[in-house]
Write a protein that binds this ligand. Sequence first.
Ligand SMILES: [Zn+2]
Length: 140
Amino acid sequence: MKPKAFKQVEPMKYWTLHRWVRREKTKPEFCENCKIDKPRDIANISGNYQQDLNDFEWLCRKCHMQKDGRAMRFASMASHKGTNHSLSRLNERQILCIRDARKNGITYSKIAKLYGISISHAHRICFGVAWKHLNGKVKP
Ligand SMILES: [Zn+2]
């Protein structure tokens, strides 16, 4: 039986969008929510994840954590049906997504859960030990 498993369209879309917004949306001096701390993360406002800059805001880490719990829940929901312990199932796009997720501050344990891999494998992917041939190594 061919496993449908790793479609993962939703988390993928999420990170691609994030990367785009990060590039396009000017970072304000302060978090758009509390106006106190320095903004660190991009957050989607409506939860629709459309390619619309007005639907995103720059948030400090704290506000982002509070608001974005929803996004992570939805990302992990999408992965539940697909989790699988075979490492070979990851494709190159997913490897890049994993590294990107790490760059965006997602923890190794969340990445591991999301992709059905071990935490140490998530480390190795991000360090560039695994999948060395793909560029885009990120800081641990
Ligand atoms: Zn804030």
